[in-house]
Design a binder for this molecule. Structure first.
Ligand SMILES: Cc1cc2nc3c(=O)[nH]c(=O)nc-3n(C[C@H](O)[C@H](O)[C@H](O)COP(=O)(O)O)c2cc1C
Length: 295
């Protein structure tokens, strides 16, 4: 059963609640801007993402307040000075970042209120957050209002011109090591989540070769009561139906075949359980060999 909601029948605050819980987790852009007098502002925005890599474009959205339809200082600033430094928020910074979202009066420097250190940027006027492990110097290309009522977003479309990446999060090739950058992301209400070794996992890209598809899996695999939907997705991502590899040798497989030879149904289940174990640890080729032993 599902609860169906038509958004045009709800109050803006209710719409916001459903959307922010459903469209989550969202990365956090910690935007540093200045007004035309040079006053610095620092505020977090989770309506934020990457939209193009060539040209490199990111977008964030300071919305009109649902409460009273006022606009945020960040929006006012980028309209006056179309430059921004987007600082990526990691776990070490999350509480101070939240503090910077307080509605301090215009002209208040949230670097000071939230205890961050200003670091001079190299191409744009707003300062960078020294404590952030990834900073992006951006030129604001366009600001696109999405409405005039409270809750209406304003797309701040930014071209990233230069990035500064802490060496502590780089791998041996000088690329960002995903496991070393402990991103935090915003969900609904007061919820956040954290990226770390325990929450990271890999999904092999289908790449240029097409996966055979779930519909091409043999019935005995597709209708398995043991393999999960994710397991079927892994098996169907091979680009051609695998065949029995005569060189494949596995002691556990030999034991299963020997032990269950008088009970084919149980053998089937045992092979599926073993294949599942292998798939859950990312061993797709081995899992296929176990399942093919069924025929
Ligand atoms: C993690 C986090 C994410 C936020 N995301 C947004 C957002 O995407 N859009 C928005 O309008 N406000 C967002 N806010 C609220 C603003 O940060 C807050 O209104 C802030 O006071 C705006 O500051 P300013 O008026 O100095 O620009 C967020 C707050 C937090 C803590």
């Amino acid at each position: 059963m599902y609860k169906t909601v038509d958004l045009n029948t709800l109050k803006p605050v209710e719409v916001q609640n459903y959307l922010q819980h459903a469209i989550a987790p969202r990365p956090i852009c910690f935007a540093s801007t200045i007004d035309k007098e040079g006053n610095v502002n620092l505020s977090p925005f989770s309506f934020f993402n990457l939209f193009s890599s060539n040209p490199p474009i990111v977008v964030f959205s300071p919305a009109r307040r649902v409460r009273d339809n006022t606009t945020k200082h960040t929006l006012q600033n980028v309209l006056e000075v179309p430059e921004v430094v987007i600082n990526i928020v990691d776990y070490d910074m999350v509480q101070q970042t939240s503090l910077a979202s307080c509605e301090y009066p215009k002209g208040t420097n949230e670097f000071i209120k939230a205890g961050f250190t200003e670091e001079k940027a190299t191409l744009v006027a707003p300062p960078m957050v020294k404590e952030s492990k990834v900073k992006m110097e951006c030129r604001v290309m366009e600001v696109k209002p999405l409405g005039t009522e409270g809750g209406a977003g304003n797309l701040v479309i930014c071209e990233v011109m230069r990035m500064h990446i802490a060496e502590s999060i780089l791998d041996a090739d000088g690329k960002i090591d995903q496991a070393k950058l402990h991103h935090v992301a915003r969900l609904g209400g007061d919820w956040y989540c954290k990226v770390d070794e325990a929450s990271l996992f890999k999904v092999a890209k289908p790449n240029t070769q097409l996966g055979i598809g779930i519909d091409a899996l043999p019935d005995s695999i597709r209708k398995s009561h043991i393999l999960s939907a994710n397991n079927l997705g892994q098996l169907a991502n091979v680009h051609e139906m695998p065949f029995v590899d005569p060189a494949f040798s596995d002691d556990k497989l030999k034991n299963i075949i020997q032990y269950y030879s008088i009970n084919p149904d149980e053998m089937d289940k045992e092979l599926h359980r073993y294949a599942k174990e292998l798939l859950d640890s990312g061993k797709v080729n081995e899992a296929w060999q176990i399942l093919l032993a069924d025929y």
